[in-house]
Design a protein around this ligand. Structure first.
Ligand SMILES: CSCC[C@H](NC(C)=O)C(=O)N[C@@H](C)C(=O)N[C@@H](CO)C(=O)O
Length: 714
């Protein structure tokens, strides 16, 4: 390479790395809790996360605020305090105590988990919860099953953990001298290689979760006697702490991946702590989750939806009355949005605090077309109203509510997530006045535009007719008349959505000079259940054409350079990337995808969610389904690999080596197919990454590689 070329290349790398460093240094809020100190003051504890590129890890820290209770102005803000080894922290109802679940490695390198109880003077109790050998590892906050709940009398803590498994050793092993007689009796021989099923991608080693109660005074642990065929989670205390309410997922006949999948068979149960009787309070023909009890303890709300079908869908909000022991629908599934207020609920779970103080209203946030919006739902009148958010055309989501003081997180593609505080007003006509907890840094070099797209006549759906869809165009500020090159970026799923959020990669692409078109093709969440269902049996066609048509429309408006179009997407977005470069070979300069689905015919045997392949290809699924030639033929027709002979655009493929959702074999097969056809391609493999490639160092490396790939092929 000539010297000048080497220099230019290095300069390019330096610039991209510089862009990424700046963006990675932004800290983002992860949670917050509000509490009233007295009539004059409010206390808000906030948790934040920031990438540390030097240490290749995320740094977590807290910041505490004291606010004036009248006008919400910030009176005191404490310096940031780094948090280490903390899995979970929960304040007691009176605010006197904190429970903290911590994880720590001892000198032998063994992981230990503790539940610590703190008051204002310091740590008052510390329990090595696993040493009692009543259960396995404690679930953490991000697990589907996780929970940590104080009893109302502050004497007990509810949490979930893995069920205790019998110890096993080889048929041929001798006992270790340290084993006492009792332990030896409990050891089963020759089962050490038996498979232990788990719940798949990002839930590895989560096999059967149980509910545990820690008595804070004595340190004794009670593991509730729940059936072995249920994985239990999302537990909370029932009225007067006499029952425990929880979600139970069926383990049988075998577990399918649960991450991004709310359609699995699950129900809401109560467990009577005196009689140990378990009762299902939800409709067992539906999939129910996320029970949440009202402050007056008279009722609870939860989500439900049909079992099976699309991996995420529109859900109902239901309510169970403890006195009458009856259920009612508060907000039903919205098939075809009719009004301007609500397109239905698409959330996995409710926030742990979501009730108004009078136990009459629920606050939740969910997708409404391409924005996350706030809803206030009156459970008595069953009326829904949208609450005003913090940014026009941006997104707002609830973080916490306590005695009607609400904390929200506000964002838009040019404004990183920041926290605001306001008061829920009794007059529904009045707008909430939001006050900043922290000031965001708005990037005025980035702008965004929402567009609605109508399918052309040839793309009308045979059952649902004309369903519209949306895109979010994120544009860099240009200093000359040159139009920016375009990155076409459809989301994965396919049943997820792009809301007008700040996304580090998108902001970074813009700062490197690219416009980004994020496509909420038909099938995305936030547009009604008909839209979700319209894509089943149509993948590889309807979604592909929606993306291409959206790009054409934006190019025709003259906002971007139509001669320089690049593809980008992960997972189902990678499926669309490989489809689009195959079906429209002259349209794209280059492409890049993370963990793409490329060949459906071989996916059923390797993914943790084989049902996805059947359902998205238009077939019904049950656990005994077997692939046959007619299914395979249809799956082949819908697979990107079918078009590989037509591909011209150089393609960068990235894989997380531990991905259980779309195993690396999918990208590898496509990579080999391109190589033998002399199409320029590169495969990058990230160790220790699963489906989302988000380990701090990998995410950073991937960004620079993507930008270099596009720049090289511009
Ligand atoms: C058999 S895998 C099908 C695609 C996959 N669907 C589900 C239900 O997991 C998918 O597209 N998943 C996305 C939600 C996804 O994981 N996308 C991300 C990763 O976080 C991405 O890289 O874009």
């Amino acid at each position: 390479m000539p010297l000048l070329a080497v220099y230019t290349e290095l300069k390019k790398v330096e610039e991209i790395v510089g862009v990424y460093r700046d963006l990675a240094s932004i800290s983002l809020p992860t949670s917050a809790q509000v509490r009233s100190v007295d009539d004059q003051f409010l206390a808000v504890t906030t948790q934040w996360s920031q990438r540390d590129l030097e240490k290749s890890e995320k740094t977590n820290f807290t910041v505490n605020y004291i606010l004036n209770a009248q006008d919400y102005s910030v009176l005191i803000k404490t310096p940031s305090q780094e948090v280490k080894n903390e899995i979970w922290k929960k304040e007691s109802p009176s605010g006197k105590y904190h429970a903290v679940v911590t994880s720590w490695k001892n000198k032998k390198g063994e992981e230990k988990q503790f539940i610590e109880i703190w008051n204002s003077q310091g740590k008052i109790k510390n329990y090595d919860v696993c040493s009692q050998e009543k259960h396995g590892k404690v679930n953490n906050k991000d697990d589907t099953f996780g929970c940590l709940q104080w009893s109302n009398n502050e004497e007990k803590l509810l949490y979930t953990s893995e069920r205790k498994l019998p110890k096993t050793k080889s048929f041929f092993g001798t006992t270790n001298g340290n084993d006492d007689k009792k332990e030896e009796k409990d050891i089963v021989l020759g089962k050490e290689h038996y498979t232990v099923e788990d719940w798949g991608e990002q839930l590895v080693k989560k096999s059967c979760s149980v509910i545990c109660i820690l008595d804070i005074k004595s340190g004794t642990i009670e593991v509730l006697d729940t059936p072995a065929d249920l994985s239990c989670g999302q537990a909370c205390w029932g009225p007067e702490d006499n029952t425990v309410v929880f979600t139970g997922w069926n383990n049988d006949p075998f577990r399918l991946g649960l991450k991004y999948c709310t359609q699995r068979q699950s129900a809401v149960y109560t467990y009577d702590l005196k009689t140990q009787k378990i009762t299902s309070i939800s409709d067992k023909t539906q999939s129910s989750r996320s029970p949440n009890i009202s402050p007056d303890q008279s009722k609870l709300v939860y989500f439900d939806q049909p079992i099976g079908g699309a991996h995420k869908q529109c859900s109902r909000l239901k309510m169970y009355d403890f006195k009458t022991q009856t259920n009612q629908v508060i907000l039903d599934i919205v098939h075809r949005p009719k009004d301007e207020v609500c397109n239905g609920i698409y959330e996995d779970v409710l926030m742990s605090r979501c009730w108004s103080h009078d136990s009459k209203q629920i606050i939740l946030s969910t997708s409404y077309r391409s924005r996350t919006v706030l809803y206030c739902i009156n459970v008595e009148t069953k009326t829904v109203r949208q609450l005003n958010g913090g940014i026009k055309d941006g997104s707002s989501s609830i973080v916490d509510i306590y005695k009607d003081i609400i904390i929200i997180s506000c964002t838009s593609p040019n404004t990183p997530q920041h926290l605001m505080v306001g008061k829920l007003l009794s007059n529904p006509g009045e707008e909430i006045k939001w006050h900043y907890l922290n000031q965001p840094e708005i990037d005025n070099n980035i702008s965004f535009h929402l567009s609605s797209h109508q399918p052309t006549t040839d793309r009308k759906h045979s059952k649902y007719g004309y369903l519209d869809y949306e895109t979010i165009l994120v544009l860099p500020k240009t200093t000359d008349d040159k139009k920016p090159p375009l990155i076409l970026f459809p989301h994965g799923g396919p049943h997820t959505t792009f809301d007008t959020l700040y996304m580090m990669y998108v902001a970074g692409f813009c700062k490197c000079g690219f416009a980004v078109l994020m496509v909420n093709y038909r099938g995305s969440l936030g547009f009604g259940q008909d839209s979700v269902e319209s894509i089943l049996g149509n993948i590889g066609d309807q979604d592909v054409k929606d993306c291409k048509a959206a790009a054409d429309e934006i190019i025709s408006k003259g906002l971007v350079d139509g001669q320089k179009v690049f593809m980008f997407g992960g997972s189902h977005g990678g499926f669309l990337t490989t489809h689009l470069i195959g079906q429209y070979p002259d349209f794209f300069q280059a492409g890049c995808c993370r963990n793409p689905v490329t060949n459906l015919t071989v996916m059923t045997g390797v993914t943790d969610i084989p049902d996805w392949v059947y359902v998205e290809s238009g077939f019904d699924y049950n656990h005994s389904c077997l692939l046959n030639p007619s299914y395979s033929e249809e799956m082949w027709k819908r697979s990107p690999i079918r078009y590989v002979d037509q591909v011209k655009a150089p393609l960068l493929l990235m894989i997380g080596k531990d991905d259980l959702r779309v195993p690396p074999s999918q990208a590898k097969e496509y990579y080999r197919a391109l190589k033998t056809r002399n199409i320029k391609t590169r495969l990058i493999e990230y160790e220790d990454n699963c489906h989302p490639i988000v380990k701090v160092d990998s995410e950073a490396d991937a960004f620079v590689n993507i930008m270099l790939w596009y720049k090289e092929h511009s």
